[in-house]
Design a protein around this ligand. Structure first.
Ligand SMILES: Cc1cc2nc3c(=O)[nH]c(=O)nc-3n(C[C@H](O)[C@H](O)[C@H](O)COP(=O)(O)O)c2cc1C
Length: 207
């Protein structure tokens, strides 16, 4: 079984460029798997919409639950940890993760930040060692579809790329590729060209 996890974070629902490109990318990957004679391997696609089903902000209550020993947790703390455990299990089960990443006010959507806050768990997805932190989720590939109204890739104003790469790497997901669709708010011509370029890149990466 090969599992794909699609994480959408756009507030635009079905109108979202990042969610649509992420879906298109997974469909292309699945098609490529099949034509590469992986027909014996079944595929599973899990879609998590972080905008439609947002996670709470990380609060003192929630973080305390994470760091309380299982046998000492209250019923509320156990419920909080179970919610995080389910997200971690879903991520750990994925072979390929595709993140739809719109830029909102120069950063990542707060819903994606909340997701990272719920899956970065000491002793679960990373651990501290004498050599520094070590990620515990291995053998995964991640693709990030970054959509933006303006153009930032490769400039110091692109605060998203390093942040997302760092968050994924911290928990062990180091094989990460970014696909950009930029200039989406810079006129029809710019938008059409950016989407076509992202689609081309998707085909290239899936090949
Ligand atoms: C609340 C909000 C904030 C935004 N902030 C930025 C920004 O800082 N820089 C930028 O280039 N585009 C910004 N945009 C434009 C989006 O990045 C762009 O519309 C992109 O296509 C969103 O992806 P989506 O279609 O998947 O929602 C913003 C859009 C919204 C709704």
């Amino acid at each position: 079984m090969k599992t794909y996890l699609q994480l959408n974070s756009s507030l635009h629902g079905t109108e979202s460029h990042s969610s649509r490109l992420a879906r298109q990318f997974i469909a292309t990957l699945v098609r490529t798997d099949r034509s590469a004679d992986m027909s014996a391997v079944s595929t599973r696609v899990v879609v998590r919409d972080l905008a439609n089903q947002p996670l709470p902000h990380l609060t003192a209550e929630r973080f305390t639950a994470f760091v309380t020993a299982p046998e000492q947790r209250t019923a509320d703390q156990s419920r909080i940890v179970a919610e995080s455990d389910a997200l971690v299990a879903e991520l750990a089960a994925a072979d390929v993760i595709v993140i739809g990443l719109p830029m909102y006010n120069f950063g990542v959507p707060s819903t994606l930040k909340a997701y990272f806050d719920h899956v970065a768990r000491a002793g679960v997805t990373f651990r501290y060692t004498a050599n520094g932190p070590e990620g515990l989720l291995h053998g995964k590939r991640a693709f990030v579809i970054a959509t933006r109204g303006g153009k930032y890739a490769g400039t110091p104003s692109d605060l998203q790329t390093a942040y997302v790469r760092q968050c994924l790497g911290f928990i062990g997901i180091t094989d990460v590729e970014f696909i950009y669709a930029e200039g989406l708010a810079m006129g029809e011509e710019s938008r059409t060209a950016a989407i076509a370029e992202a689609a081309r890149r998707i085909e290239q990466l899936a090949a």
